[in-house]
Each structure stands twice: as structure tokens, then as C-alpha cells.
Design a protein around this ligand. Structure first.
Ligand code: GAR
Length: 222
């Protein structure tokens, strides 16, 4: 596929960037996207090194140099728009986005969250799952709306919670699934099979999805 038919993408990160790495590797295989830039809100994060190693342009826009959320998001929008992406991929981007930002990219932002949404929005999801003694946990890909971690869910991968799990072991198994479902959802979007309609519903292959695509713990993904 030549680059003209590849979906232009910008990825936002705040840390390790293992999801970014999975997306880069899928792109090196046959995921039809062009990652035009990876933007971090913190300097010295491993994810930016991963992007550089893959020959992808990087930028740092530190939120610490802005007086408030609005001014940061305004500058971030300007930076993102200079790369003219058709899709914005939040891959461990640990910032709450302003309504103006979300509206600007309506239907064009995907996020990954380490829980089976709508359960456990916010932080420390793995420990909260253990504390609640849930038997199932997992990860979700959703479209971003003004509702924090509350946008419509596209796809989920479940993992079983084992009796000897701690937050770290659980996080590691969830992350393995994240690395499979994020490239998959991006592929659906790039192939124009996936969108969000004006009512904020997920549309897949021309039909509204009443519930997300769910991969059970034993399912193979992709
Ligand atoms: C991932 O587990 C992702 O689901 C989570 O941050 C981690 C980033 O890992 N995102 C959130 O919690 C967003 N609310 P990575 O930097 O190695 O991809």
C-alpha cells in the first residue's frame, strides 16, 4: 500500500509507550497507517525513544509550562493539527482533555483503558479489581468523548484474575491483551469499517454496535 492510502495518525503518550511499540510493529507488518508524529507531555519518556528508534518524528509539549488546561490543550491542538492526522491515538496519555479539545477531534480519537469499561474508570484499575475480588478483568478501546473514560467502547479483551495475582502481574497480562486489541481497532478505523456516529454510537461495518466486540480470555485476537 502506498503512503497516500495510509491513514495519517498522531499518537499521544505520557510514559513507557509499550502500546505505541505494538502499533509501530503492526505498522511495520501491514497496518495501513502512517504515524506522522508521536507527542509526549513529559520529557525523557521511554515512548519517545521508541518512536525515534522507529524513525518517527517526535515532539514534547510539557503541560508544566502552561498556566491551565485550556491553554495547554489549545497549544496541543495546534501542534497536532500541524501533522493533519485523520486519527488521534491516545496510548497511555495520562491527561484529562478539555471539552473544546474533544469536540475538535470528535469521532477521530481512540483511547485505551486498562479495565472492562464501564467498570473502573480512572486510575489504579488493577488494584481496584483485586480489592473487589472480581474474577474477570481486561482492557477496552473506546472513542473519546467529553465523558472521562465514558466514550463508546469498541472492543474489549478479558483476562481471568488468578488467586495469586497482584496488581503488577495483572497489569502485565492486561497489557499483553492491550497490545493486540489496539492495533486491531486502529485497523478497523483505517479500513473505514469503524466510526462513531453523530449520536455517539459506534458503527461497525455499516451497523450500530449495540455492545462492544468482546474477546474472552481464551480467544485468540486478530
Ligand atoms: C496502559 O495500560 C493503558 O491502558 C493505560 O496506561 C498504560 C500505558 O502503557 N492508560 C490509562 O490508564 C488511560 N486512562 P504504555 O505506555 O506501556 O502503553
Amino acid at each position: 500500500m502506498n503512503s497516500a492510502s495510509k491513514l495519517p495518525v498522531v499518537v499521544l503518550i505520557s510514559g513507557n509507550g509499550s502500546n505505541l511499540q505494538a502499533i509501530i510493529e503492526a505498522t511495520e507488518e501491514n497496518l495501513p497507517i502512517e504515524i506522522r508524529a508521536v507527542i509526549g507531555n513529559l520529557p525523557d519518556i521511554i515512548g519517545l525513544q521508541r518512536a525515534k528508534l522507529a524513525g518517527i518524528e517526535t515532539a514534547i509539549l510539557s503541560h508544566k509550562t502552561f498556566p491551565d488546561r485550556e491553554s495547554y490543550d489549545h497549544a496541543l491542538m495546534k501542534l497536532i493539527d500541524s501533522y493533519a492526522p485523520d486519527l488521534l491515538v491516545l496510548a497511555g496519555f495520562m491527561r484529562i482533555l478539555t471539552p473544546g479539545f474533544v469536540r475538535h477531534y470528535a469521532g477521530r480519537v481512540l483511547n485505551i483503558h486498562p479495565s472492562l469499561l464501564p467498570k473502573y474508570t480512572g486510575l489504579n484499575t488493577h488494584q481496584r479489581v483485586l480489592d473487589a475480588q472480581d474474577r474477570l478483568h481486561g482492557a477496552s478501546i473506546h472513542f473519546v468523548t467529553e465523558d472521562l473514560d465514558g466514550g463508546p467502547v469498541v472492543v474489549q479483551a478479558q483476562v481471568r484474575v488468578e488467586t495469586d495475582d497482584n496488581a503488577e502481574s495483572l497489569a502485565a497480562r492486561v497489557l499483553q491483551k492491550e497490545h493486540l486489541i489496539y492495533p486491531l481497532a486502529i485497523r478497523w478505523f483505517a479500513e473505514k469499517r469503524l466510526s462513531m456516529d453523530e449520536k455517539g454510537k459506534v458503527v461497525m461495518d455499516g451497523k450500530r454496535l449495540e455492545k462492544p466486540v468482546v474477546f474472552a480470555p481464551q480467544d485468540s485476537i486478530g
